[in-house]
Design a protein around this ligand. Structure first.
Ligand SMILES: [Ca+2]
Ligand SMILES: [Ca+2]
Length: 246
C-alpha cells in the first residue's frame, strides 16, 4: 500500500474488541486489531484480563514449534500435557530443560530498542525452583553456560527474587528481594524495556509489584532469543500458560 498507512494495529485489546464489523470498515480504511504470530496475522489472543501478541496455554497436547523450541541438556524433558507445559530434569546441575522462542527478538545491541513483556502462569506446588528469563547468547547452548543473559530468578531455597547478568565471563548479581512464592498457582509478569545500555525490569507477582530495577548490560555476543527456564530443581515445574510481547 503506497502512501497509505497500515490498517493493522497491534495492542492489548481482546478478540471481542476488534474494530471491523463489516466490509464497509475495510473500504473506509478502518484499522483492525491483530497480532503477528507464527508468521501470520491473527486476532489477539485473550485469556482473562491479560492479552499478549503471542500466547500459549498448552491446551492441545501438541508442542507448538511455531512459537517454541525445546532445549534439553543432559536428559530432562519438555512436554505439553494436561493443559500445561512440564519441564522436568533429573536434579541439580546442568540437567535443565528450557523453552526458548522459535523466532529471534530485537537483541538490544547498538542502541536498538529491546522490549519484552511476559506473563507466566505457574500451576501447582514447587520446590527448590528458580525460574529464569534470559537472552541466550549461545541460542542453543545450555542455560548454565549462556554467554550473555539477563536473568530473573526465583529461589524457593533462598525465598527471594533476584536479577543477575552474564556478560561473557563476567557475572553480576544485582538485586535480591525476599519473597515466599509458596504453593499453588501464581501469575508472574516480567517487563523489560530499554536497550542494553539502559533498561528497566519490572517484576509483578499476582498483580503486586515485587521489584523494579534499572541497569545497563554489555553483552559480548548477540542475544537474540528469549528463554523460559527452571534452574536447580528436583521436581520440575508446570506452567499453565505463557504470553509475551516482543
Ligand atoms: Ca493451560
Ligand atoms: Ca499446543
Amino acid at each position: 500500500m503506497v502512501d497509505e498507512s497500515s490498517r493493522f494495529t497491534s495492542d492489548r485489546r481482546g478478540r471481542g474488541d476488534a474494530t471491523w464489523s463489516d466490509e464497509g470498515d475495510w473500504d473506509a480504511g478502518v484499522c483492525e486489531n491483530v497480532a503477528v504470530a507464527g508468521g501470520g496475522l491473527s486476532p489477539h489472543f485473550a485469556e482473562g484480563d491479560v492479552q499478549y501478541t503471542v500466547f500459549d496455554d498448552f491446551d492441545d497436547g501438541v508442542f507448538d514449534t511455531s512459537i517454541w523450541r525445546k532445549v534439553i541438556v543432559s536428559g530432562g524433558s519438555v512436554s505439553e500435557r494436561n493443559n500445561q507445559i512440564e519441564l522436568r530434569g533429573g536434579g541439580r546441575g546442568d540437567n535443565r530443560p528450557y523453552l526458548r522462542t522459535a523466532d529471534e527478538v530485537q537483541d538490544g545491541q547498538n542502541g536498538n530498542p529491546c522490549s519484552l513483556d511476559a506473563m507466566i502462569e505457574f500451576a501447582g506446588d514447587r520446590q527448590q525452583i528458580v525460574i529464569a528469563l534470559f537472552w541466550d547468547g549461545t541460542a542453543v547452548g545450555k542455560y548454565a553456560t549462556a554467554e550473555n543473559s539477563i536473568e530473573v530468578h526465583y529461589s524457593q531455597d533462598a525465598q527471594e527474587w533476584r536479577i543477575q547478568m552474564r556478560e561473557g565471563t563476567e557475572f553480576r548479581r544485582e538485586v535480591q528481594v525476599p519473597f515466599n512464592f509458596g504453593s499453588g498457582a501464581r501469575q508472574v509478569e516480567i517487563d523489560f524495556n530499554g536497550d542494553f545500555s539502559s533498561f528497566t525490569i519490572d517484576l509483578v507477582v499476582d498483580g503486586s509489584s515485587v521489584l523494579s530495577h534499572s541497569d545497563s548490560f554489555s553483552p559480548t555476543a548477540p542475544c537474540p532469543f528469549v528463554g523460559f527456564a527452571p534452574r536447580e530443581f528436583s521436581g520440575g515445574i508446570n506452567i499453565d500458560s505463557i504470553g509475551f510481547d516482543r
